[in-house]
Design a protein around this ligand. Sequence first.
Ligand code: KG4
Ligand code: ZN
Length: 400
Amino acid sequence: MRVLAIETSCDETGLAVLDGTLEGNKTVFTVVANQLLSQAEMHAEFGGVFPNLAKREHLKNLPILLQALLGDLLPDTEQSLDAIVVTAGPGLEPALWTGIEFAKRIGTAWGKPVFAVNHMEGHLVSSLANKTTEHAFGLEGIEFPVLGLLISGGHTEFVLMKDWFSYEILGQTLDDAIGEAFDKVARMLGLPYPGGPHISKLAEQARVADAKIEVSAAKQKGMEQKSGLPEEGDPRTFDTGLSVKRLPRPMLQMPNCDFSFSGLKTSVLYQVRDLGGTDSLTNEQKLAFAREFEDAVTEVIVSKTRRALEQTDAKVFVIGGGVAANSHIRMALQAMIADEFPNTQVRLPELSITGDNAIMIAEAGLMHLLKGDWSLETPPTDIAAKGTWSVAAALPQPLS
Ligand code: KG4
Ligand code: ZN
């Protein structure tokens, strides 16, 4: 089965052609061609994604990327396609429509059925697959229930996957998404959009700096004890942890799987303001904020994941979405689960596919087609953009 996938839900324009085969319980996805263009730099000056700019750029880039994609393929490859799959939501509606209209036009021109894919399902399915070769992903050994934690610029939610295509939302953010909080805090610290990777980098630098201090403090303490000198005060001269006040760990005590990040973000805002604003922050203070913020969100994520795993007895745990690239969160989750839920298998997405791309959309679409959930003979009669389409909502196809 071969599909062309189109992704335009946010600020990445993605096109990909993938082959999918189902052998017993194993699915193999082969990436035949892939094109991805990020608009992040353009949106950087707005400090976030500007929907109409995203729409304009998608409109401009889609035909260019299609040409590039076809150039990477054998002539007449379009004839070998079985279907076109396109992200229909959730996302920015003006941006989603550009992909949908484009998909419909190609579908009509090439005589191929068009199917709508849920963007979050794309993150989920692609995160479950392992990279097996440079151009292939394998999906096997999935035992249900699967607990998915989707963390991106627009979402923060636990999805319980009871079986293929059967989803239940166990908990979600009540306000900002985690990636949005990363981006807004980054902006307060004077870091460019998208801020997640920048915060993560500074937080890591802070941890290294603090670890060095701890080592030198321990050494000094050892020398003092050996020499019989009295122990003096803390020998630390630079400790990022001392530069900012502790941030809250929101919703930690609430006995549910919901999140809230807006208070945490506001807490950073007030502290930054008390310190004289973004431009007055020292490098040390920026490092300290980055570390404290990342520690706070990680603690909340780990604690809520523990709760969700206790509730569900999931056989597999998987994370997906742009924030799933965060190494501190990945390591903390892995360590907690290995320690407390040794029977739960952890799946972490390949870093190359954590951000938005068309490969993940192709994989989700191919799963539906290969498992017989969608039929090539009965494609949806119409596809519309659904900005808030939940992965757990009834799928809008086949409509006929
Ligand atoms: O899934 P994604 O590419 O787009 C949406 O569907 O939203 O996620 C983008 C989000 C941005 O907020 C970005 O700052 C965040 O993912 N992000 C990170 C990291 N890499 C990307 N957040 C924290 N740490 C990272 N390493
Ligand atoms: Zn996404």
